[in-house]
Design a protein around this ligand. Sequence first.
Ligand code: MN3
Length: 201
Amino acid sequence: MAFSVPDLPYAFDALEPHIDAQTMEIHHDKHHGAYVTNANAALEGTQWADSPVEEILKNLGALPAEKQGPVRNNAGGHYNHTLFWESMGPGKGGEPTGALADAISSTFGSFSDFQAQLKAAGMGRFGSGWAWLVHNGSGLAIVSTPNQDNPISDGHTPLLGVDVWEHAYYLKYQNRRPDYIDAWWNTVNWDVVAGRFAAAS
Ligand code: MN3
């Protein structure tokens, strides 16, 4: 079945004032919409047309050479944004609890050290891309990917990602990517992230 853009699990303005409604609407309807349209066009008529997106991204090298670029970018964009919308919510933020909190502290030193390192990964991504908290098979790690690449293609399990493409923040924050990342923490749904961590552990 062809991919479709999932409905946002909250209203466009639900993440105000941290992420503005106009950015959310354009980002979800136009940007995510285009990734879905282009991914479906690239996969149509191939043996991968009905495959789960995770399966496709884990096996990009198995695709026909001329499909690899378009699928990497557009199926990647679909996967990344679906995960991104689900990782946020109104009235969220704060800090994780339980096993995820313990793992973050033991891996990065403290929650604030973790926040600083993820922010640095997002700031250090030149141009467009993402910064991620992943489970790498043995524990937690922070990675960054260009464009719409996803750590799943490197064998890692993404737990949380922050979109640092300018389209994610430019209307409200202009060139101030650090301010956007600082505000984005107030939207993180740690229950969802903890669920991914439990499934990956
Ligand atoms: Mn985006």
